[in-house]
Every structure is written in C-alpha cells, then in structure tokens.
Ligand binder design. Structure first.
Ligand SMILES: Cc1ncc(COP(=O)(O)O)c(C=O)c1O
Length: 389
C-alpha cells in the first residue's frame, strides 16, 4: 500500500485493519477494506444512505469526512479501500465501467493530444472515442491488442485492454509501458477481464487501472460498477475532482453489495478458471467448433504472455459456431448456459456478440464460465452442441 492513500478510514468512524500485502489471495479478498475489529460492530458495516450529513454549525464540512453524498460516502470509501488494496493503488469507484473509462479519457485528454485505443477491445469505448473524443480535437488512433503498435510520439494516453473483450488477445503491459513512457505517454490498462487477482497492471508499470466492476470483480450479476486505480497523487486528485464535478458515483447499496461480493473473489475465480479449462478441453476436441480461444490453452497465441504476466486465467472463452441459427439452437438446447451478455458471473452465460453490433462474425460466441460443477457444465455444453449440430 502506498503513502498517498486517502487517510480517511474505510467505515467513516474507526481505523481500517491495515494492509494485507504478503497474504494470499483468499485472505486478501476476505479482509480487504474492512475496519479493524471492534466489539459489538459488524465485520462489514452496513450501507450508509445519506445525501447531506449533519454539519458542525461552526466548522461546517471541515469538521467531518462526510459533508455531502456525491463526494463523500463511507460505504463507497470502504469499497475503494478494498479494491485499492487488491490493485495496489488508490481507487475511485464510479457508477459503471463506462463512467470510469469516459472519466479517464475526458479528464486526461485535451485537444491536440493523441490517444491509442485497442481495435479489438470493448466496442462502446471505440464508439466514444470516434464520436466524442474526435469531435473534441483529440487525435484517436487504434492498434490491435496483440500489436503491432504505432509510434507513441505525441501520444498522451495509451489505453490497453488485456485480455481484450471479446477476442481474448493479450499484450505485454511492461514492455508497452516502457515504450510509451519513453515518449511521455500515460498508460492505462482495462483490467475488467483479468480482475486484480488475475493481473496487477500498476506493478507492471501502468500509471492507471480502469475497469468494470460489473463483471468478475463482483460476479453476482446484480449491479453496475466501475473504478480507476493509480499510485499517482496528481492523477488521483484530477480524477477525484472530475468525479465530484461530473457526479458518476455508485449508490451506497451497490457499493456495499460489491464489497460483500469481493470476499469470494478468489473462490469464484478459481472455480471459473477450472471450469473454463474443462470446457476448453472439451471444445478443442470438436470439429464443429472453430476459432476456440482461451488464454490458458498452451497452444493459444496469448499463452506465452499470459504465462509470464498473469497470476491466473479468467473463465471466459470465445469460439465460432458458424452462424446465428446454430448459436440459437445451442442456447435453446442448453439448460445451464444462460443467453445473456456480460461475463464473469456465478452463472455460466453465452453471448453472440454480433447481436450487439460488435465487430465479430455471426457465429462468434463469448462464453463465460460460472461456478457450477465442471462435470455438469461440460456434459450440458457437449449435449447442447450435439443437439444443435
Ligand atoms: C472490458 C470492458 N471494459 C469496460 C466495460 C464497461 O463496463 P460497464 O458495463 O460496467 O459500464 C465492459 C463491459 O462489458 C468491458 O467488457
């Protein structure tokens, strides 16, 4: 944990339990952001629902960490302490991943600045760049996640997304951060698919992490969340005041649910990854499934970078079933695979990305493995593929 952390306590009243550096992932997930034990108090304090708070009649807002709900909420601060602990930086929570990403892009970029974004990343980010940033006079360039990358001369921000959603290509964050920094560019990494237990971009040299907490981080398919994390006090200040003035904060109940869900992150990721390994092994035997990608497969093009950069492999796979009708038949035949977008949740789900306007073939499917029993999942998916062939 670094020295620039917001000194205000996670629960707004007592001391935080301190850093969990050096502990295992399960311990860190369970304890991150909790206040120090106090007799008679809950482990995770309940959500604080407040717009205004009582003020000291004379000293006003200076007398308390809580004055008004947009900048100040103790439930949100506890969640930020937890995510910051896992990412290894200071965290700011936003109302969604898109809110966090657009905050980063708008707060950092000025007319004339260059930005490099992934061609194969989350497509609303590309749309935001071409529709909004370009109109503001930002020079928008795209590069495939697996490279090649352009020169970073004149680039203010390099945004990487690794593994990229939905194609699951990866890039070497440390190498690109070194190149980008040599040209004076900032580097941000979208850590949505990996989560901070899968990869720690700040340790790899990135200046910022940006992510959707809607996916595996919270994993229960019941809330939207985004966050930014950094070790730079200057960037933290800039982004904190951007958020306070533009207002895209998560509500107290969502922040509390997210913090509660974080406790099982290690367990959920372990099961999702094991299930993905079993499903990938089954799919790789089938001639009627093409273009299979799972970064944990030894012969996947992403594997060499993944094996040295990532701490664990996400439970998300992609493959092609040829056409939209076959995908429909597959989804109808399966009992365990929910037809749904998003990924990283407890329930296995599959999404035909082209139906949302993503730049993928008609039969392209992103499959997100949940925490069901692996044998049940493999049997169900195999039967549904046989029935839909
Ligand atoms: C990689 C990635 N980044 C950002 C987002 C946006 O997150 P949200 O849906 O929470 O706004 C998503 C959503 O799917 C995503 O997959």
């Amino acid at each position: 944990m670094n020295d620039e952390r917001d000194p205000r306590p996670g629960d707004g009243s007592g001391a935080e339990a301190g850093s969990w550096d050096g502990y295992g992932d399960g311990t860190r997930s369970v304890h991150a952001g909790l206040p120090a034990p106090e007799p008679g108090q809950p482990f995770l304090p309940g959500p604080v629902f407040a717009a205004p708070y009582h003020l000291d009649p004379q000293a006003g807002p200076a007398a308390s960490p809580n004055g008004y709900g947009r900048p100040d909420n103790p439930t949100r601060r506890a969640l930020e302490a937890a995510i910051g602990e896992l990412e290894g930086g200071d965290c700011l929570a936003f109302s969604s991943g898109q809110a966090a990403i657009s905050a980063l892009l708008l707060a950092v970029l000025r007319p004339g600045d260059g930005v490099v974004l992934p061609t194969d990343g989350y497509f609303p980010v590309r749309a935001f760049a071409t529709e909004t940033l370009a109109q503001l006079g930002v020079r928008v360039q795209f590069a495939p996640t697996a490279g090649p990358y352009p020169s970073f001369e004149g680039v203010r921000l390099l945004l990487l997304e690794t593994p990229a959603n939905p194609g699951l290509d990866v890039c070497d964050v440390a190498e690109l951060a070194e190149r980008a920094h040599a040209s004076g560019a900032l580097v941000a990494v979208d850590n949505t698919t990996a989560t901070p237990l899968g990869q720690r971009p700040l340790d790899l040299g990135a200046d910022l992490v940006v992510a959707s907490g809607t996916k595996a981080l919270t994993g229960h398919s019941d809330l939207l969340l985004g966050y930014l994390a950094t070790r730079s006090a200057e960037l933290l200040d800039l982004l904190r005041s951007w958020r306070a003035t533009t207002g895209s904060v998560p509500g107290a109940f969502d922040a509390w649910l997210a913090h509660r869900s974080l406790a099982t992150l290690d367990l959920r990721l372990a099961r999702q990854s094991a299930n993905a390994a079993a499903v990938a092994a089954a799919l790789s035997q089938r001639a009627d499934v093409t273009g299979l990608r799972w970064p944990g497969l030894v012969d996947d093009p992403a594997y060499p970078v993944v094996s040295r950069q990532m701490r664990r492999v996400p439970g998300v796979l992609s493959f092609d079933l040829g056409d939209a009708d076959r995908v429909t038949r597959f989804l109808r035949a399966s009992r365990l695979v929910f037809a749904a977008t998003s990924f990283g949740g407890l329930h296995t789900s599959a999404d035909r990305r082209a139906q949302w306007g993503d730049d993928t073939s008609d039969g392209f499917v992103r499959l997100s493995c949940g925490v069901e029993d692996g044998a049940d999942l493999v049997a169900d998916i195999t039967a549904a593929l046989d029935a839909s062939a």
